[in-house]
Design a protein around this ligand. Structure first.
Ligand SMILES: [Zn+2]
Length: 92
């Protein structure tokens, strides 16, 4: 497995002021009613509260990737559980 290292300084968490650590995360997007998961997105993640920040240029790159319907058509598919919201069943 190749180790990716970007070493971008994400600064401190906006919520709890903890220094952010770089991690490669999964981000999910809903595009025309379809869920698309983008893997290995470099992001700053707060080790304390879990807040995530993505750099603007990374955000733009993601948008370009998910706008490509050809790329999406070729992408491997995963299945995800789908649960209906039923308030009565959620009661403890
Ligand atoms: Zn935080």
């Amino acid at each position: 497995m190749k180790k990716k290292k970007v070493n971008y300084n994400y600064g401190e968490c906006e919520i709890c002021n903890t220094p952010m650590e770089e991690e490669f995360i999964k981000q999910d997007f809903w595009i025309r009613g379809k869920l698309i998961v983008v893997e290995d997105v470099p992001a700053g993640v707060c080790p304390k509260c879990g807040e995530k920040v993505v750099k603007a240029d990374v955000g733009h790159s993601i948008l370009r990737l998910i706008e490509s319907s050809e790329r999406i058509a070729k992408a491997p598919k995963i299945s995800v559980p789908k649960i209906k919201f039923v308030a009565e069943e959620a009661r403890i």
